[in-house]
Design a protein around this ligand. Sequence first.
Ligand SMILES: Nc1nc2c(ncn2[C@@H]2O[C@H](COP(=O)(O)OP(=O)(O)OP(=O)(O)O)[C@@H](O)[C@H]2O)c(=O)[nH]1
Ligand SMILES: [Mg+2]
Length: 461
Amino acid sequence: MNLDDTIAAVATPAGSGGLGVVRLSGPAALTIAARLFRGEPLDQAATHSLHHGTLRDGNIILDDAVAAVFRSPRSYTGEDVVELSCHGGSHILRGVLETCLRAGARLADPGEFTRRAFLNGKMDLAQAESVADLIAARSDSQHRLALNMLRGELGRAVQPARETLLHLLAHVEANLDFVEDEVPALTRAHLLEPLRNLWHDLTELKERSERGRFWRDGLRIAIAGRPNAGKSSLFNALLKSERAIVTDQPGTTRDTLEESLSWDSMAVTLVDTAGLRDTDDAVEREGTARARQTVANADLIFLVVDASAPPVRDDRLAADAVQDRPVILALNKMDRIPLKDRNAVEEKWNGFLPLKSANAVAVSAITGEGLDILRQKAVDSVRGGREPSESGLVFNARQEQRLNEALCALGRAREGAETGVPDESVAVDLHGALNALNALTGRGAPEEVLDAVFSRFCVGK
Ligand SMILES: Nc1nc2c(ncn2[C@@H]2O[C@H](COP(=O)(O)OP(=O)(O)OP(=O)(O)O)[C@@H](O)[C@H]2O)c(=O)[nH]1
Ligand SMILES: [Mg+2]
């Protein structure tokens, strides 16, 4: 990774559009852009200024363009940056990019603009990671979370813990460095109380992230049940489109079908599955195996039954398959049941199925009755009345691993302090915790970690 290079890439998506942007960043960004640009001399341009002119490759005119100039350090990357806004055709953009490369720029690696922003102290690693999340967001809540993280929420959340740790370390190490009576001996109680608080605070942070996980990752719901219960009909009704094949023959759906949507600003993936039953048909057997797999990986299951028919063995088989998971029982085909029999139907099914939580909703895939309630119950089951802004912060896998390391090290430090191990070994664990917290926001992160983080990005980000 060489920060002396000037990098260039097309920053807008492939394909044609109204505008396309080629971005340059690095010490020679202005001189390289000036070589292509006919208009005001760009290398003299003030920061945060716009210039209209033509882009040329020698005598060949490439395009009319607007050049935006950002001088270091007031730019996205912290370096000199020029953004050339051209017409958004892939041929034009390729031509402009190639001319920039011939004029001395190097093609940017994936995520290299953001990586430079991180290396130049424009953002911490968690903020850089959230750039990719922000761009990939497909629901309001994902968008809000990524924005929170981009604004440095994670760094702020762990800052008090870092400060406490630094303080404790200073104390413990002062005790190590000085002869006994020069510094007042560190009483264990002095150490234990803040250690307990610290552990408590970080655990709370972790729980806060776990509560918010669904807002970021979305909710994966499997629709399961015996053949012909109306799973595909329910899937279609929830999607408001005839996505899955529906027939009156049991065993219609063989493969799993998956669609994404947004409920109440939460991203939801609905998965329709093959009916669960014992069968000799090889294709259907593969289908039921996939259905079981889908159930195992789902956050929530809609167990669908045909409430207008008597319960059968396959209903119980299906209930057995989902028993240990969070389930909402969808009593389907309610349109076939006379009003006066409704209560009895619910009681009958709740009694018949071996489900722990008797969370049932009466629905009809045909008339649409009960679907709003089903949707609401699904969303409520994971968010427990909280809005995403209250949780505000969700760790990704890398960050969670670092947080767990910090908690482990703190746990050891606390245990050590309680059992009276030497101060040296308490200090080692405190250092471990501090390093893990630092790594969370990328302080002193090794190259491999940065490589892994930024390889998720596309070129141009
Ligand atoms: N009256 C009524 N009929 C329904 C309802 N839901 C589904 N059906 C009918 O039930 C039959 C089976 O529906 P599907 O949606 O294919 O059932 P499935 O559970 O996906 O069946 P498999 O794919 O075979 O496992 C079809 O004839 C549907 O029209 C409902 O709410 N009311
Ligand atoms: Mg089906």
